[in-house]
Write a protein that binds this ligand. Sequence first.
Ligand SMILES: Cc1cc2nc3c(=O)[nH]c(=O)nc-3n(C[C@H](O)[C@H](O)[C@H](O)COP(=O)(O)O)c2cc1C
Length: 391
Amino acid sequence: MQYGDYQLEIYGAGLKGVLPRWPVDFAGLESAAAAALPDWILNYVAGGAGDERTQRGNAEAFGWWGIVPRMMAGAYERDLTTSICGIDLPTPLFCCPIGVIGLCSQDFHGDLAVARACARTGVPMVMSTLSQDPLEDVAAALGDTPGFFQLYTPRDRDVAVSLIQRAEKAGFRGLVVTLDTWVTGWRPRDLNTANFPQLRGHCLANYFSDPAFRSLLDAPPEEDLRGAVGMWAGQFGNSVGWDDLAWMREATDMPILLKGISHPDDARRAIDLGVDGLYCSNHGGRQANGGLPALETLPDVVAAAGDVPVLFDSGVRSGADVAKALALGASAVGLGRPYAYALALGGEDGVVHHLRSVLAETDLIMAVDGYPTLADLRAEGTIRRLPHQVQ
Ligand SMILES: Cc1cc2nc3c(=O)[nH]c(=O)nc-3n(C[C@H](O)[C@H](O)[C@H](O)COP(=O)(O)O)c2cc1C
């Protein structure tokens, strides 16, 4: 079975009068989710930093590139499997860490719904530190599908090590350390509504279930939520430095990937310090407005990375975007907001539908354009910048 066959399922069901329950495209998902989500969640998910120009640029930048079709290339069967840091991945697509994904499903257990959807599709999940359910439960829901744990590094070293070691013990295969969010970016949609879900006690299950975190509290979160949230807020703003990589390495045998790397010098320095993987992203334009579209920073990071894998996200909205990021050298490509919208609309089944749709489009593009494997897609000359975008 090829991922592209999902379209045959859809057309086949149509012959029996059954239409897809949710849109297959991002624009359809986005507008339907806007009607389904309460404002405070919608604004938090859809919004970004400043006037959101960088956020829009992330998606627009995909239009500046085009894949060169090849014919008679024998792409009748496609192989989308890949491997990063020695971990075999069934797909080059993954779900990005989304700190409020727990709130995007109607039962407020979205982390588990996404994990189950990933288990059903084989799409790896990067789980956020900020979740409604503890990481052990999310790991269990993932089954054999590879999961990565994303760390917002707490200030207290014991809490940080505890979270890392819990993740390893729970079966997560890699540690993704996010570097660009030790302070929250200026987000007008949230500021205008004074809305910050974590400060209301949401998505803090990993902290509240953590023995090292709890030992810092005067009273447990069940008795004093305000005090526990205050402790969380004090723990959050840790600007990780290069020196921190040493103790992180000591704390775990999991491969360490750094999220937010956009400059080739940072890529080289990370690799010199023994980091296992890079994750090129500008946090979907939620952190610093005025920055380059993330896709624009990808080729330099890939060039600096050499053999070290580079994950990518920010602005990915379709299978065509996935194919382009892969062609530009990404080892795996992350979906963010789109799967949050799919979750809001259809829960676990909605996410499965969305992931299958994106995989199907990626697969069919590889078929039509004559690139049967990811190595073929990544070869020299498969993608070009549109003439009016060449500087
Ligand atoms: C609502 C929301 C919450 C996010 N929370 C996290 C998080 O907890 N940790 C993290 O590393 N990145 C987080 N991100 C960033 C995503 O991992 C990813 O970089 C971003 O969504 C990509 O941009 P896109 O969704 O526009 O494609 C979040 C993004 C959104 C939209």
